[in-house]
Design a protein around this ligand. Sequence first.
Ligand SMILES: NC(=O)C1=CN([C@@H]2O[C@H](COP(=O)(O)OP(=O)(O)OC[C@H]3O[C@@H](n4cnc5c(N)ncnc54)[C@H](OP(=O)(O)O)[C@@H]3O)[C@@H](O)[C@H]2O)C=CC1
Ligand SMILES: CC(C)(CO)C(=O)C(=O)O
Length: 302
Amino acid sequence: MRILILGAGAVGLTVAAMLSEHAEVYAVCRKRYADAISADGFVMTGIWGEKTCRFPCGESAPAGSWDYIIISTKSAATREICEKYHHLFGDAEIVSLQNGIGNEEIIGEYTSHVIGAMIITGFEWRGDNAVFVSVDGGKTMFGRFPKGTDDAARKLSVLFNASGIRSDVSSDIKSVVWSKAFYSCSLNPLGAVMECPYGELRKAPAWNIITNIVSEAFAISKAEGVELPQKSASAYLDFLMQEKIPPTAKHYSSMYQDIISGRLTEVDYMNGAIVKLGRKHGIATPVNEMMVNLTHFKEELR
Ligand SMILES: NC(=O)C1=CN([C@@H]2O[C@H](COP(=O)(O)OP(=O)(O)OC[C@H]3O[C@@H](n4cnc5c(N)ncnc54)[C@H](OP(=O)(O)O)[C@@H]3O)[C@@H](O)[C@H]2O)C=CC1
Ligand SMILES: CC(C)(CO)C(=O)C(=O)O
């Protein structure tokens, strides 16, 4: 199986390292990462094991055809990467291994072969050729976007499992992607602005804010016709409190890590997407809008 990873950073390089023992993988990444990996290998630490891996990577993609092309940029770069590389898409399945609402729709403007994915594992940079895998919040999910499963999604999930990344398929991947987006909308900006781990957000003042974020987001999912696995805002809040926060209670959100490292956050593709869809449907989303503004303010203060 030939797999090209476009925009490989913390997620894409680690996935490349894991898959490269079971498939032919090439990672397109920034020059400084390619140089460091070519010189010293890619160093993985954390819950997926400690190893130094070698796989081909570089600033541009080699010619040829691919079975899967995995996009692992931040959401702000999805369109740019599609513009730059859609000439390679051919019959390949194009997989969005990203957070946020709207990436699959952008990719769908360039191909009819879109696979949606949801990954809920933590990846933290530890140098130009090193990533620490910090937490595991569940299986990585794949599915034909927006709905359905087929051999292409199943084969990719089988490869991930064989490579040591717990995975499964969903026949409603859009719903799974939105459910993860609601998790990110609830925990990421608040954890970043307050500089605290997810577990602290269970305290009453934070939980009041999260309750409003989730209620607004549910109104939007209803208006968009996206049915989440959790049937109501209160069912989603229970799921967050009972199932999702406990395994990641000590984790500082990736948005917090973006802010302290001087990178822009993806808040516009999370709470910002809810605000934008709220305007489209005439639904007020003041708490999500406040989180967008607070996060951008925090970005400017650093
Ligand atoms: N990190 C995590 O714990 C998790 C992240 N995710 C999601 O996965 C996605 C990727 O996150 P993550 O890996 O952390 O992000 P990173 O910023 O570490 O990686 C993305 C990489 O893509 C690069 N890139 C952008 N455009 C190009 C291009 N044209 N050519 C080559 N490289 C390019 C970026 O470079 P540059 O910065 O120079 O633009 C960056 O190095 C996000 O949507 C994130 O929300 C999901 C689960 C967990
Ligand atoms: C827990 C984790 C790492 C899973 O994606 C996360 O949601 C984040 O930090 O953004």
